[in-house]
Design a protein around this ligand. Structure first.
Ligand SMILES: [Zn+2]
Length: 171
């Protein structure tokens, strides 16, 4: 696996882990050891204690850290990895990788926003949630579209491209 592809899968996995950590706090608006560490590492300006629950309630969040804190952490996470990720690429690859990063960030934020406002009673609203999630992402009906990857090498891809810019394989 090339250095780029190792770094790319690291960003995909790290973004998903960050969304999970942002959701996995109790109670809503709270924090966790994992989240505190992530925020310290990423230099996130925390929402003050007294403002956390009101911030979550104003957005109908049923779980997770305040939305602005999660978004800030995701922005910082991608920013810290962008330079290293793009450094080894050709200009053509860089264009695809930049677009892939933007899409990944957008969908990680959308994932958090969707899951943070889901009803906490699991199961009952499954059908309604499945129907709602189909319309969550504008033109895309697939929440997992941000991991849209080359089947040969796993690199990010452009939907219009016929050939993978990272491995030359057919898409
Ligand atoms: Zn490829």
């Amino acid at each position: 696996m090339s250095a780029f592809l190792a770094a790319w899968s690291d960003v995909v996995a790290g973004g998903a882990a960050l969304v999970d950590a942002a959701l996995d706090v109790d109670p809503v608006g709270g924090s966790s050891v994992a989240w505190d560490e992530a925020c310290t590492t990423l230099g996130v300006a925390r929402v003050p204690q007294a403002a956390r629950q009101p911030a979550c309630h104003s957005r109908q969040q049923t779980r997770g850290v305040p939305l602005e804190e999660a978004n800030q952490a995701l922005d910082a996470f991608v920013a810290t990895r962008r330079a290293a990720l793009l450094s080894t690429l050709t200009p053509a690859q860089r264009v695809v990788a930049e677009a892939g990063l933007g899409t990944l960030l957008e969908h990680a934020k959308a994932q958090f926003a969707m899951r943070a406002t889901e009803p906490v009673t699991r199961g009952l609203f499954k059908h309604a949630k499945a129907a709602a999630s189909k319309h969550q992402y504008g033109t895309s009906s697939r929440p997992e579209a941000y991991v849209l990857a080359c089947p040969s090498c796993g690199g990010p891809r452009q939907t219009e491209a016929l050939t993978c810019v990272f491995c030359g394989g057919d898409l």
